[in-house]
Ligand binder design. Structure first.
Ligand SMILES: Nc1ncnc2c1ncn2[C@@H]1O[C@H](COP(=O)(O)OP(=O)(O)OP(=O)(O)O)[C@@H](O)[C@H]1O
Ligand SMILES: [Mg+2]
Length: 345
């Protein structure tokens, strides 16, 4: 097997997931994730956020990275190895240990009938993470990384925990296998606003202190701006802008990212996306549209956008999938360019 340089933790290349949907008596295909590409380095842990409105393909992408969903095409490599080539045994013994999920609803991961510490002991046992005599010490040490102790949670049932404690437990369970990557899909969206920042800060501490990289999926751009290193913005299966968070959200280039940023009311960082109202109507039409999937909503739409898929352009320290930043069309893009340039000075 060809090994990638060990400097890569995760490589996502041309990753595509095609779903079929029924339309009356016929079925129609659409690309819920279309040609996604990004890499996470192994050299330095980072928080890579995937943001985008509802139905843009974030969860589908996360499920493929976790090995829970089979890609239709494309490459997924973890530490230089193709996930598709791993046997079930290798997946269990290595991949599922290294790449751990944290989901939106922390209570869904725990049966209400089982004591919560049962899950911790089970994980330590299944993955042989500690000798029997050292299990309590190991579990306690990991719980401390998420701000809990074994004494606090021992013998308790899930319904005795707050939402914030349950999500910390879910993260502790993920950490027990000593993963290098955590894939967290909207992990704070079901928590009270008052608890969210403490859980978000916990993820940041884990990156810094435990050297875990985090693929963090969120609707919430304000949080992403606060704690992510890089961001990929998804629109109808496409990554339309990707790069360092201070560039992409500080001075967005894609008209969709610009719209998302403008739609965050300053006084209400919990607010998600203003454009969500229209989504039901736009849903599959935008996925299967010819040309740019944002053409129907874009204030800077040009003729070319209506019939040709935009290329990925490298511009101002990020990648942007938009004709406005191609050399041949830049002249038509004067209003956007000047607005962005002036905000940079
Ligand atoms: N198993 C499936 N079969 C068919 N379509 C699916 C399936 N899973 C997801 N989809 C569709 O794929 C698209 C992307 O869904 P996905 O759940 O990945 O979006 P999302 O960005 O995570 O949305 P949200 O923010 O609401 O969680 C949606 O149109 C969804 O309805
Ligand atoms: Mg989702």
């Amino acid at each position: 097997m060809r090994q990638q340089p060990s400097s890569e933790l995760l490589r996502v290349e041309n990753l595509t997931k095609i779903f079929q949907i029924r339309h009356g008596f016929s079925t129609r295909e659409f690309r819920a994730v279309d040609d996604a590409a990004f890499t996470l380095t192994a050299a330095k842990p980072e928080i890579f956020t995937i943001a985008g409105e509802s139905g843009s393909g974030k969860t589908t992408l996360a499920r493929m990275v976790l090995g829970m969903e089979q890609p239709s095409s494309g490459i997924l490599q973890y530490k230089g190895r193709n996930i598709a080539d791993l046997s079930l045994g290798e997946k269990r013994a290595w991949f599922f240990k290294e790449v751990q999920p944290v989901f939106q609803d922390p209570f869904a991961a725990f049966s209400p009938l089982k004591k919560i510490d049962h899950y911790l002991y089970e994980t330590v046992h299944n993955y042989k993470m500690a000798k029997k005599s050292e299990t309590d010490d190991y579990v306690n040490e990991v719980l401390q990384q998420v701000g809990l102790t074994l004494a606090e949670v021992r013998g308790r049932y899930p319904n005795e925990l707050s939402g914030g404690q349950a999500q910390r437990m879910a993260v502790a369970r993920a950490l027990l296998t000593n993963p290098s990557l955590i894939v967290a899909d909207e992990p704070v969206s079901m928590l009270d606003a008052s608890l969210r920042m403490s859980v978000v800060n916990m993820f940041r501490d884990l990156k810094e202190q435990q050297q875990v990289s985090i693929l963090y999926i969120t609707h919430d751009l304000a949080t992403a701006y606060y704690f992510a290193d890089r961001i990929a913005v998804m629109l109808r299966g496409w990554i339309v802008e990707e790069g360092p968070v201070e560039k992409v959200l500080g001075s967005p280039l894609h008209p969709y990212t610009q719209n998302l940023k403008e739609s965050i009311p300053q006084a209400d960082p919990d607010h998600a996306w203003s454009s969500e109202v229209d989504l039901a109507i736009l849903d599959t039409d935008e996925y299967t549209r010819k040309g740019c999937r944002y053409a129907g909503r874009c204030p800077h739409v040009m003729d070319v956008c209506r019939h040709t898929e935009p290329p990925n352009v490298t511009a101002q320290g990020r990648t942007v999938k938009c004709f406005l930043y191609t050399e041949e069309h830049a002249a038509d893009a004067a209003p956007v360019q000047s607005a962005v340039d002036s905000s940079n000075h």
